[in-house]
Each structure stands twice: as C-alpha cells, then as structure tokens.
Design a binder for this molecule. Structure first.
Ligand SMILES: [Mg+2]
Length: 258
C-alpha cells in the first residue's frame, strides 16, 4: 500500500474497541507519524469533547492533539452556527453539551450542568447524539416536542450500532434518531459521516489535498462513503462492525496491515 501525506482514521472499531486499542494500531499510527504523515481522528461519536478524545487516545499511546480530533458534535455546531440556530434542545451526553456550549450555543434543557433532562423550553432546533445514561421516555417526549415546534432536527450521526470489546455490538446514536424521527415525523439532517463536510473542512485546515489522504474505517455506509464523497482513497478494516470484505472496496484485516 502506498504512503499517504494524511491518514484520516475512524476511532470506534478502527483504532480501538471500547477501552482497548486494536492490536498493533498504536505502533502503526506512531510509525506513520514518524515517516511524516499527518493524522486525523474523525469520529461520528459525539459522546466526548475533543480534549476527552485526546486524553483517551494518548492514554492508549496514540499521538494526538486537539486540532487532530474531528467529531460529529463539532459538525453539528458548524451546521447550527451557519444557520444561526442558537438555542438547542439536546438529546446527548455531557461531551456533546459541553462542545455545543463551548461554541457559544445555549442548551435549553441543560441550563445549569452538562446533563440533559426533559424540558418544555423552546428551542431553535433539536440536536441528538449518542445518549446512554440520560435517555428516558420523558426525554424522548420533550425532544419530540422540540422537533415539532422548531421543525429543525440535526442528528450528529445515524450509525445504528457501534462495536465494543469482545465483538459485542451495541445500539448507536442512529437507533435514537430512528425513534425521534418516527415519533416527530421530522426528517433529520445528519451532519456526521457519510456527509463529507467535517472531513473536508479538517483537510482544508491542514492544507492537505484529498488526493493525498487515505480514509480508514470499519463501516462502508459511513466511513467509506464519507471518504469517497470527499474525494479520498479509502480502506475498510475488519476490526469493527464490518466482518467481511465488500466488493469494490479496498479491504484490510486491520490498520496493522496498512
Ligand atoms: Mg467505526
């Protein structure tokens, strides 16, 4: 496989599963950096802030700084900012709330902490991401009202599942999107992968051409589609959600084989 100027790695299922790095992934990424490659970490997961991803990655041994981390929470912030949607009802985790607040947004249903809760406060849009602890019927009900009242629903991603240690597959943010779309009838704008915007803008900030960039991920419907839409070469790895090769897609066992 040729050497690229830039590698845009997915996280869950590509570089780690849960808290465990994929075997050989740390030394592979380190060696690419030592050879002069730029590395981006591009995740659809909105559960952590950039700083928290840097902490998680560096604890495992991956070389990472905040400017290298791109999340769907930031993509949601960019989308809302461009449309002047300032007051947001959020279904999500503290990382999403903190990211939105740090970008100047008001999270109407988390007025005094980073924890979301049911609320009747009016909002300019509903924003949803992964929401593992705070999700309840009452929160879904409030979120549905926010979607109906604002008519705007921004979903960080639509991944139905994500992989954990030992091959266990869990409900992803997309399963929450499905519930909210079903009850509200409001079609979400999905800002995470496969939409190429967050990758394209990160490459622009780095000054790297898509032609010099390899996108590496474990999902065809998000990572590979995003890479293709951005004009990058792509590699599917079989260390996460995808378990077998897909026709027409370059495929490796894991990042170790890059
Ligand atoms: Mg993944």
């Amino acid at each position: 496989m040729r050497f690229y100027s830039c590698y845009a790695f997915d996280l869950d299922g590509t570089l780690y599963r849960g808290q465990e790095p994929v075997p050989g992934a740390v030394s592979k990424v380190q060696s690419l950096v030592e050879r002069g490659a730029q590395v981006l970490y591009v995740t659809n997961n909105s559960g952590l802030t950039q700083a928290e991803y840097v902490s998680k990655l560096t604890k495992m041994g991956f070389p990472a700084g905040e400017s290298q981390v791109v999340t769907s929470a930031l993509a949601a912030a960019d989308y809302c900012s461009a449309r002047e949607l300032r007051r947001l009802f959020v279904v999500g985790e503290p990382g999403l709330v903190a990211t939105l607040r740090s970008q100047g947004f008001e999270v109407v249903n988390a007025p005094d902490s980073d924890l979301v809760r049911p609320s009747d406060a009016s909002a300019d849009a509903l924003v949803s991401g992964i929401c593992r602890d705070a999700l309840s019927y009452a929160l879904l009900d409030s979120a549905m009202q926010a979607a109906l009242q604002s008519g705007v629903y921004v979903a960080c991603n639509a991944d139905l599942t994500y992989p954990l240690e030992g091959g266990r597959i869990c409900p992803g943010s997309g399963s929450i999107v499905a519930a909210l779309q079903a009850c509200s009838g409001v079609t979400p704008v999905v800002v995470g992968k496969p939409a190429p915007d967050m990758l394209t803008s990160a490459l622009g900030r780095l000054g790297v051409s898509p032609l010099e960039t390899l996108v590496v991920g474990d999902r065809v419907d998000t990572d590979i589609e995003c890479g293709r839409a951005a004009g990058c070469d792509t590699v599917l790895v079989l260390s996460g959600v995808a378990r077998e090769a897909v026709e027409g897609v370059t495929c490796l066992g894991s990042v170790l084989d890059l």
